[in-house]
Write a protein that binds this ligand. Structure first.
Ligand code: G4P
Ligand code: NA
Ligand code: NA
Length: 192
């Protein structure tokens, strides 16, 4: 998505060799006009797939997911990062290992809000190692719902998550795919 790549080039900053800061428009301050264009692009990509629910994970996926849901006229469910002690039979639960933060956390969704009748589009802001996305996919499977695919704003294509999921036959659409980055060169996209 050209508009998004332009914005990343203009306002994104690289920290070290593997962290892209986009907090002026994507995941801290949020440019809702840009979000609207992102939502329309996901709608274009997944038009006709019968999506009737959008699933994301707190916190930074929620804004994008909500704006995207307006294009699909469907609800958003966000999976919650939870303490194990709160988990009971009323929720689907899975474990996610965060490589960035080096810890394992539980992720839950109430059984009330995901079930076999759902055709789910997963939305998230970043895809890196894919642990968060794999956790969400596990929740969809537990619910007996249909996974339509995933819509990602920024994929760090030099990390293994996206390709591993595509190799499993999962449809992953990323609006900006970063091939490499460094403080010296800035961001290089896969299709530059
Ligand atoms: P993975 O889920 O793809 O395996 O990624 P990883 O564990 O490495 O990432 C942990 C968190 O860091 C995720 O947010 C992810 O969205 C975010 N992240 C990964 N790479 C980048 C990056 O280059 N830039 C930015 N800005 N974020 C990145 P989270 O733990 O779910 O937290 P939240 O921010 O959504 O609350
Ligand atoms: Na994040
Ligand atoms: Na996120």
């Amino acid at each position: 998505m050209e508009l998004l790549k332009q914005r990343i080039r203009k306002d994104g900053t690289v920290k070290g060799n593997d962290v892209l800061k986009v907090d002026s428009f994507l995941n801290h301050q949020m440019d809702v006009a840009l979000f609207e264009e992102i939502g329309k692009e996901f709608k274009r990509l997944y038009e006709g797939c019968g999506v009737n629910k959008i699933l994301t994970i707190e916190a930074s996926g929620i804004g994008i997911a909500c704006v995207t849901a307006q294009s699909f006229h469907c609800p958003v469910v966000f999976a919650k990062k939870s303490q194990s002690k709160n988990i009971d039979g009323a929720v689907y639960a899975t474990k996610v290992q965060s490589f960035t933060h080096g810890k394992i956390y539980d992720v839950i969704v109430s059984k009330k809000f995901l079930g076999p009748e759902d055709k789910v589009l997963i939305i998230d802001d970043f895809l890196a190692n894919g642990a968060a996305l794999e956790g969400l996919i596990d929740l969809v499977r537990q619910a007996g719902a249909t996974l339509v695919g995933a819509g990602i704003v920024v994929e760090k294509a030099f990390q293994p998550g996206g390709d591993r999921l595509r190799a499993q036959g999962i449809r992953v659409e990323s609006l900006a795919r970063v091939k490499s980055m460094s403080e010296e060169t800035g961001v290089v996209f896969v299709d530059d």
